[in-house]
Design a protein around this ligand. Structure first.
Ligand code: ATP
Ligand code: MG
Length: 565
């Protein structure tokens, strides 16, 4: 066991826990849980909650459970359960042998309900959903008591048992907590605990036709597992009195403390499983793991690392008020990580052929290239140089504007790790007039990239030897939304009206340096001057597909600079 990390930057939740440890509350135990509902894949918002719950357990020598909050019977849950486990593990967290399912507690929930009925604290109600809504009242007007509120304990026990036995159709009856129809908190106005739903559940099959509601099931699940701090998002703040009411009435041994924090919102990003499903089903993306999706699987495929996501979660911190985080901060975090860890290579995304006319036809030289100037330990490699090369189309201008210092007719530039070259001639397409090929000369005295006498050039560009190049496809991504705020849409419309229809650009004729031969899905690189790239899972056999994880342009550093001013 390590000692608790009291020195790491604190937040209001860790402050609460420190105080509880100081006073010896919960026998000085810290036990949290991450309770996803397996109705979709996890997203970056969940990552914040995972880092918080597992992070707190780690900091305070505590435990964190993984619990599937599967009280809603739905179809595809098995696939989601598996992907949730994979994502949590990938983020670097371990629930050891504490993987639980709320559905395993169905019998306990039922026993607790009987208990509340016997105490006169719950009753079977025959109001329809519409009527119940009518009786509930509003924020300003109190509710009205249900005509079924006065049923005897015997009658309630009998009806509830028959609800379980399947005697009644869906929606015909509910079990409700008997609290206070005049409460200022609408959640306390006799909330529904159970509803009738003749639906198969992925784990319990057709055993049950009554299913518990979230507020009722969640607090009992927490209590059963011995949770000490039940951390959830702000929308549950008004539900906390109900959380406490159930546990108080049930006189449980373990009564966890519910603590609410602000959910993560990211600019240019939707943030709810329901909306991600709409993106998938609407054909806006290729699937849950489309690299444009802010799902954990999408970010992973895009080239994000667990370290970068954990760092991001740490940087945004935990707050009590909702806000929107600039997506540039997430991009900053992945750049920061890949800058240190990703090998740098040369890749030409939009190739323009260059012939070095004074270089021998059959000659190849192996130039020394540094794998990562940030980390000399990553070593060097040999990059082949020969007479025919590719450079980036954008690195040549026939008619260069003032600020353009790269290659142009008559101009000299440095080829990284190789020689100075000068453009002496352009070959154009007869019909279109487009430049198809450049003829250049090289200066043999500049091998390695330095000229004798300190002759300077204003630009260094990357290149790839044509004979040695390997082919690849590169996929460049933009945000899925055209506006930072997904809710800033015309009345009656939703985020689907602000989709960026140009969020994917496919470049199929890319030329990469030889060292990338056989690169495996998930491998990450910095393509010099072009951004960070990751081998996509679509790669197979000889086909190489790269995702651009993020460009090199560091908008966040700029934002930060202006903020500091
Ligand atoms: P969604 O709207 O995507 O379905 P949810 O809150 O319904 O989100 P759950 O599976 O119920 O999803 O959430 C599991 C845990 O993750 C909960 O404790 C929830 O509070 C937390 N969580 C979900 N979204 C966010 C978010 N954007 N930021 C922080 N925590 C989140
Ligand atoms: Mg939910």
């Amino acid at each position: 066991m390590t000692t608790p990390d009291f020195n790491r930057p604190s937040d209001f939740i860790r402050d609460i826990i420190k105080e509880d440890l100081r006073t010896g509350k919960n026998n000085s135990r810290v036990h949290t849980r991450f309770p996803p509902e397996p109705n979709g894949h996890l997203h970056i918002g969940h990552a914040k909650s995972i880092c918080l719950n597992f992070g707190i357990a780690k900091d305070f020598n505590g435990l964190c459970n993984l619990r599937m909050d599967d009280t809603n019977p739905t179809k595809e849950e098995v696939e989601y359960v598996e992907s949730i486990q994979q994502d949590v593990r990938w983020l670097g967290f371990d629930w050891q042998d504490r993987m639980y399912y709320a559905s395993d507690y169905f019998e306990r929930f039922y026993e607790c309900a009987l208990d509340l009925i016997r105490k006169g604290k719950a009753y079977v109600c025959d109001l329809s959903a519409d009527k119940m809504r009518e009786y509930r009242g509003t924020l300003t007007a109190p509710g009205k008591e249900s005509p079924y509120r006065g049923r005897t304990v015997e009658e309630n026990l009998d009806l509830f048992e028959r609800m379980r036995a399947g005697e009644f159709p869906d929606g015909s009856r509910t079990l409700r907590a008997k609290i206070d129809m005049a409460s200022g908190n609408i959640n306390m106005r006799d909330p529904v605990m159970y509803r009738i739903l003749h639906a198969d559940h992925h784990r319990t099959g057709n055993k049950w036709c009554i299913y518990p509601m979230y507020d009722y099931a969640h607090c009992i699940s927490d209590s059963i597992e011995g949770i000490t701090h039940s951390i959830c998002t702000l929308e549950f703040e008004d539900h906390r009195p109900l959380y406490d009411w159930f546990l108080d009435e049930l006189k449980v041994e373990c009564h966890p403390r519910q603590i609410e924090f602000a959910r993560l919102n990211l600019s240019y990003t939707v943030m709810s499983k329901r909306k991600f499903i709409q993106l998938v089903e609407g054909g806006f993306v290729t699937g849950w793991d489309d690299p444009r999706m802010s799902t954990i699987s999408g970010l992973r495929r895009r080239g994000y690392t667990p370290e970068a996501i954990r760092n991001f979660a740490e940087r945004i911190g935990v707050a009590k008020r909702d806000s929107v985080v600039d997506i540039a901060l997430l991009e900053y975090c992945i750049r920061e990580d890949l800058n240190k860890t990703a090998p740098r290579v040369m890749a030409v995304l939009r190739p323009l052929k260059v012939v070095i006319i004074n270089y021998p036809e059959d000659k190849t030289e192996e130039m020394d290239a540094v794998n990562n100037p940030e980390d000399p330990g990553m070593g060097t490699r040999k990059v082949p140089f020969s007479r025919v090369l590719y450079i980036e189309k954008d690195d040549f201008r026939e008619d260069p504007p003032k600020q353009f210092f790269r290659l142009a007719p008559g101009r000299e530039v440095r080829l990284r790790y190789a020689y100075f070259i000068t453009c002496v001639h352009t070959v154009k397409d007869d019909k279109t007039g487009e430049v198809e090929e450049l003829h250049c000369t090289y200066d043999p005295a500049t091998r390695g990239g330095d000229a004798p006498g300190g002759r300077k050039v204003k630009a260094t560009i990357h290149w790839v030897s044509a004979d040695h190049a390997i082919d690849a496809e590169a996929r460049l991504y933009d945000y899925l939304l055209t506006q930072p705020d997904p809710d800033d849409v015309e009345e009656g419309k939703d985020f689907r009206s602000i989709m960026n229809l140009n969020s994917l650009e496919i470049l199929s004729g890319c030329k990469l340096e030889r060292s990338l031969t056989g690169a495996k899905p998930g491998c990450k690189y910095q393509f010099e001057r072009m951004g960070y790239f990751c081998v996509d899972t679509d790669s197979s056999g000889g086909r190489l597909v790269f995702n651009r994880t993020v460009s090199l342009k560091d908008t966040w550093a700029k934002v930060e600079k202006t903020l500091k001013k």
